[in-house]
Design a protein around this ligand. Structure first.
Ligand code: FAD
Length: 395
């Protein structure tokens, strides 16, 4: 079989690794739209942004896999597809494959701000974005981050410096609306940034170097947008395989076309844990969907069943989340101390997610319970009392 993979990010690399490990009989053509060897994205907003200039430390694939003889790396973007013929068109020529996997990820969204050119608004989605941001920091004293999610908080921690004032502007009524109020409060307390909520940006005043908002003028030598991303699904949409939010696939990561699969954060599928169709942007989704696709291509199909999980480094604090909840889900505290916090998110008795701050052991135990299927709040609270005893014996 000749397999074509479009994209060379997290999901593509997990797929490659699992195929090679599973002794895949065939050739793999990987179309890499970026001018770098495959790299990890999470460090771009964390330690790497703060401490390193060395892209090689971000390498995603170990050398034996990167140089495996069955892989052909093609350093260019795919411009169009013809699924019936298995044809991919690039500016280097056309390629024929038996099956193709779309692993194209997402693109950062930039807000439109009158008076500020789009190129002047920084985002962090790619290594080039992060390198450009690092190069732009010289002499900057006022950094404004638009958006108040995990990424904004990570960037603020990584860019913290006594010579800089960092401000986070939230459009909504609170920062970090994805997590429980108590969890968000802890992270807000320790961020080096000052936070303003309910902010509407009117324009950028170039002379004063300020963002003019409903909260007055905000000094901004450098503006970073962290307001989310949109799926790179144009290739699929052009051949009738897209949707309004990503590329729909079944529980085996197969699109409606037998020759095309989609994996990673561009894929849109039923999430058994949530019992609804949802696109998820996280490393766990990239890895789990790639694994499912690999199993199918290796002839051992298994349906997608994973529970999503996520982590974020917020300065010295480590946030881990298992499951996924609605913003309105109830919040119950399981463990709380000066440094640690475990919150349960639930809809009545049904536990939807567990959020842990600096509580890796408790998180792993609770995550295992969540993985086993429906988890009742009362059952988790009973386990929680054991955690609490363990924790007090530690402190
Ligand atoms: C700064 C940052 C921090 C993050 N931190 C965390 C974290 O702490 N925890 C967590 O769980 N997740 C985190 N994530 C999210 C995580 O990195 C992504 O969910 C994951 O990388 C998605 O993998 P993917 O393979 O679907 O997409 P990607 O890794 O984005 O790879 C897609 C690739 O496809 C390429 N491509 C697109 N179109 C084409 C084309 N036409 N031809 C060829 N190539 C193409 C793109 O250029 C890209 O290289 C973070 C993301 C970023 C940007």
């Amino acid at each position: 079989m000749r397999l074509g993979i479009v994209g060379a990010g997290q999901a593509a690399c997990t797929l490659i690794a699992e195929l090679i490990r599973g002794d895949f009989k065939g050739d793999i053509l990987v179309f890499n739209g970026e001018p770098h060897a495959p790299y990890q994205r999470p460090p771009l907003s964390k330690t790497w942004l703060k401490t390193s200039d060395d892209p090689t430390s971000l390498r995603l694939l170990p050398e034996p896999l990167e140089t495996h003889p069955s892989i052909q790396w093609i350093q260019t973007s795919v411009q169009s597809l013809s699924p019936d013929r298995g044809l991919l068109t690039t500016d280097l020529g056309t390629y024929l494959v038996d099956h193709l996997v779309l692993a194209t990820g997402t693109t950062a969204i930039k807000p439109s701000i009158p008076g500020l050119a789009s190129e002047s608004i920084h985002v962090i989605r790619t290594l080039d974005h992060a390198l450009r941001l690092k190069q732009s920091l010289t002499g900057v004293t006022n950094i404004t981050i638009i958006g108040a999610g995990f990424l904004a908080f990570e960037i603020a921690s990584s860019l913290a410096d006594p010579s800089r004032t960092i401000r986070i502007l939230a459009k909504g009524i609170r920062a970090l609306p994805q997590v429980a109020v108590k969890t968000a409060d802890r992270l807000v307390d320790q961020t080096p940034a000052s936070i303003r909520v309910g902010v509407e940006i009117e324009r950028f005043d170039e002379t004063m170097q300020t963002l003019v908002t409903n909260h007055g003028s905000i000094p901004s030598d450098l503006v970073i947008a962290a307001i989310g991303a949109q799926p790179n699904d144009a290739l699929a949409t052009a051949c009738g395989l897209g949707s309004s939010d990503g590329i729909p696939v079944d529980e085996f990561m197969q699109t409606t076309h037998p020759k095309v699969s989609a994996i990673g954060e561009v894929s849109l599928h039923h999430q058994p844990h949530l019992n609804r169709i949802q696109r998820i942007e996280s490393i766990s989704e990239a890895n789990d969907s790639a694994s499912i696709c690999a199993k199918r291509l290796l002839g051992h199909p298994e349906p997608f069943q994973a529970t999503p999980w996520f982590w974020s480094d917020q300065g010295d604090a480590k946030l881990q989340i298992a499951g996924l909840c609605d913003r309105t889900d109830d919040e119950t505290c399981l463990i709380e101390s000066a440094t640690e916090l475990v919150m349960i998110r639930h809809q009545g008795q049904r536990v939807t997610a567990i959020e842990a701050l600096n509580s890796a052991k408790e998180f792993m135990a609770a995550r295992r319970l969540l993985d086993q299927g429906d988890l009742a709040l009362d059952d988790l609270l009973q386990v929680g009392s054991v955690f609490a005893r363990l924790q007090s014996s530690r402190s």
